[in-house]
Design a protein. Structure first.
Length: 107
């Protein structure tokens, strides 16, 4: 087991996003803006789904890591703190998933 957390990754992304290091993938991606970051997030989500359907645990593990990374990048460029997402999740744990879904406003 590792002690590496999403908070650790979030801090690394935040640091690299502000960096002037031209070798940083994160910095280059963030500089392209939210639309490009969101596109990459979508691509990684699809790749994770495909790996899951194929029941390829190794590939799913790698794609899940990519998906989490790209989600944190999108949160960073959108100025949504990870702690806000974690608070939202924590608030949902007091009820069942079906209750939480039923409480959402309908469109």
């Amino acid at each position: 087991m590792t002690d590496f957390t999403l908070e650790d990754l979030d801090a690394i992304i935040a640091s690299r996003a502000k960096s002037s290091d031209e070798t940083s993938y994160t910095q280059k991606l963030v500089r392209k803006g939210v639309a490009k970051c969101a596109q990459k997030l979508g691509e990684e989500a699809v790749e994770a789904v495909i790996a899951a359907v194929k029941e390829d645990r190794k590939e799913l593990t790698a794609e899940a890591a990519d998906l989490l990374y790209h989600l944190l990048v999108v949160l960073n460029v959108s100025e949504v703190p990870l702690k806000d997402v974690m608070s939202e999740l924590a608030g949902r744990t007091g009820q069942t998933g079906l209750e939480e879904k039923a409480s959402r406003p309908r469109e």
